[in-house]
Write a protein that binds this ligand. Sequence first.
Ligand code: PMT
Length: 400
Amino acid sequence: MELKGKRIALGVTGGIAAYKAAELVRLLVKQGASVQVAMTEAATHFVTPTTFQALSGNRVFTDQWDSGVANSMAHIQLSRDADVLLIAPASADFLAKAANGIADNLLTTLTLARDCPLLVAPAMNRQMWTNPATQRNMATLLGDNVTVLGPASGEQACGEIGDGRMLEPEEILAEVIAHFQPKLLKGRSVLMTAGPTFEAIDPVRGITNLSSGKMGFAIARAAREAGANVTLVCGPVSQPTPRGITRIDVTSALEMHAEVLKRAANQDVFIGVAAVADYRPKIVAGQKTKKDGAPPPVIELVQNPDILADVAALPQPPLCVGFAAETQNLAEYAEKKRRAKKIPLIVGNLIQDGFGGDDNTLILFDDGGQQPLTPAPKLELARQLTARIAFLLENPNAPH
Ligand code: PMT
């Protein structure tokens, strides 16, 4: 229930993506939001108001001159009641009017009369999107602090391929949730690692571990929600990339080390969430190793560089945060790692809670001692960790 108590005015304009707005309403309501839909006349040709009424549980507004609304002032009432005005899909026509302060129907009027932030999810043909007029309008809207969600690129209803697809309802939902998070890391840069590494033995085998990347991706999302510019270097995982994050895929610890060290000097924060293999095979066989009745091969290992320790040893290191997953003696081992790597904060988790699952149990260790966090979904814990990091950035000399 990430949107519990939030009031969202959803404007639907005319376009084939209007059918996706129905799913969006369902998702918003499922997250606890109260959704009030207003449609343009054109939108009603694609989806009926009855659909939105059924999904939102609220009356749908389509007419500026609706005599059923107090003083016929539907536009004022809608903008007074909302925490956010979201237009999805936002047509080229709507965006042009919004950019120029035109108020000639219910939706454009309530946009102009609003007393809350405006989020728009453009949806149109690629030529309309790239048309200089539309791009001028988008620049105006961005300059007016309107949040623009998308558009995505891909196949369009007209059969063409290019920019202009509306974001998927799940993506818009994530952006609405992000909108309500405090911007504790606004303007900060965060570099992170996540997932496992894979150390090749031969072309088809290797040494790896069970990290799914979920914890790291949750932190990346939370940091971006908090306003940070996030770069995520990740090992082989199948997690979808949260929107707005720069993702760099690597396989081995050596690759991860190289990609991180290339970027670390200019960052405000580095968070090592990856379960990096401590060792790699000294020799990687060029061909698949065969049994052929020979005795089992002995694989000689060499140590991988320690990414976190190397970042912490930079002349002007970012604020470094490590993770420690342990099967036993969590406090002792986590604290030992924190001191060995010379980092201010390490996050410990017992392995049975950490790898693969959606929930986790974390304990923060710093100079001030330990602070257990209540077991929770990884995203919730990621937000708490983000808040802690923001505090440390703002108060570098505070007793931790
Ligand atoms: O991905 P999930 O399934 O959600 O699981 C999340 C997790 C359990 C993998 C994650 O929460 C976690 O605990 N990651 C750290 C695992 C660990 O214990 O790593 P470590 O003890 O090997 O390393 C300690 C710290 O040094 C970590 O921040 C690690 O990223 C870093 N390190 C380690 C070795 C190395 N060569 N370079 C490093 O940077």
